[in-house]
Design a protein around this ligand. Structure first.
Ligand SMILES: Cc1cc2nc3c(=O)[nH]c(=O)nc-3n(C[C@H](O)[C@H](O)[C@H](O)COP(=O)(O)OP(=O)(O)OC[C@H]3O[C@@H](n4cnc5c(N)ncnc54)[C@H](O)[C@@H]3O)c2cc1C
Length: 319
């Protein structure tokens, strides 16, 4: 950053500190807040526990003009080793409520907590998401899904905070859900709360379906590993199962499982899952991903795109 940029950032930082006092943390490690377990600190960090707190921070960000990023569970994220030279806002809006067959919750709730709550109350529809990490907000942002079913299929509406800090409610169609995509990726709006439309079901059946999915995932995914799940998106292809060509399959064919970089490797049972073996930096993971991408491009002419979000600065490098 140039000298002027730094002065402006320091001035913004002071203004935010004047408004938010001790709640604003400097130099917060982000490695502990993402599932890869890598990356540097956030220059500033704020945990929003209510809609009003989140909305007033968004208003302050707009007025003060400081770079900001909204963090959920950090399970679909690779943070630069240099960290993020701005403000990270952690969404910790909690609370779960049942009304008829609708569950309303804070978007900072873990998706798994909502599934557990739904199961306890014999509400069916969320079973497919068993074992998907992260928050409800993150699941809506990326239309998280598994086994051909997605968040889009059960979300009724959500309360959003726009870039001005204004709160409004939008129904499902607004989100223009697509494969691992929603309108939020272009509008920059934040999900504050969500409402899911479910169906009354049989508690034991729901439970056993969740257990079946969990067992299936446990057999395929590394237990307690430092990963963000699938690194790359599958490729749209109507001829394939679920309308997608598996990125993992292409990665298998270039021998991805034999490739590693520094402390980063590819999971032996799934070529689209990159792992921090314990000593990896984010740069190692990024470089490994770039190597894989290049090999897939060379062999198949297909450009893989990241499913995960990158936060902070990375050197764009083809290896
Ligand atoms: C072992 C493992 C398995 C996984 N399996 C799957 C799977 O089967 N299917 C699948 O879809 N994903 C899977 N994932 C990826 C991940 O769980 C999902 O993408 C999840 O929905 C991310 O949510 P998060 O809260 O952790 O988001 P984060 O990682 O915190 O953020 C990701 C992006 O979402 C944005 N975001 C977060 N919260 C909000 C909000 N409230 N409003 C607006 N934007 C927001 C962030 O700004 C960021 O751009 C897996 C991850 C792991 C670690």
């Amino acid at each position: 950053m140039d000298f002027m940029g730094l002065m402006i950032l320091k001035d913004s930082e002071q203004k935010l500190k004047d408004r938010f006092g001790d709640r604003l943390i400097s130099n917060q490690s982000l490695a502990k807040l993402n599932t890869f377990g890598t990356g540097g600190p956030a220059r500033l960090f704020y945990e929003a526990r209510t809609i009003d707190e989140l909305a007033s921070m968004v208003k302050a960000v707009r007025e003060i003009e400081i770079p900001a990023f909204l963090l959920g569970g950090g399970s679909n994220l690779l943070v630069s080793d240099d960290g993020f030279d701005g403000l990270v806002i952690k969404n910790s809006i909690k609370g779960i409520e049942l009304n008829g067959n609708e569950i309303t919750c804070g978007a900072g709730e873990d998706l798994q907590s909502i599934i557990d709550f739904a199961t306890e109350n014999s509400q069916s529809g969320l079973e497919f998401a068993t074992g998907i990490y992260g928050t409800v907000g993150g699941a809506i942002f990326g239309n998280a899904g598994a086994y051909g079913t997605e968040t889009a299929g059960v979300l009724k509406s959500a309360q959003l905070i726009d870039k001005q800090g204004d709160i409004r409610t939008e129904e499902n169609l607004y989100f223009k859900f697509d494969y691992r995509n929603s309108i939020l990726k272009t509008t920059g709006e934040i999900v504050a709360t969500a409402k899911f439309a479910l169906e009354m079901g049989n508690k034991e059946k729901i439970k056993s379906e969740c257990e079946r999915i969990k067992a299936e995932r446990d057999a395929k995914l590394p237990a307690n590993a430092h990963t963000a799940g699938c690194f790359f998106k599958n490729i749209p292809d109507k001829a394939e199962k679920y309308g997608k060509m598996s990125a993992g399959k292409l990665l298998d064919e270039i021998g991805a499982k034999e490739i590693s970089y520094g402390g980063a490797s590819v999971f032996a049972k799934h070529a689209n899952i990159l792992l921090n073996e314990g000593t990896a930096s984010s740069d190692d993971i990024r470089r490994l991903a770039t190597m894989l991408k290049t090999k897939v491009k060379d062999k198949f002419g297909i450009e893989l795109t990241e499913e995960i979000t990158l936060l902070g600065k990375f050197v764009e490098e083809s290896i």
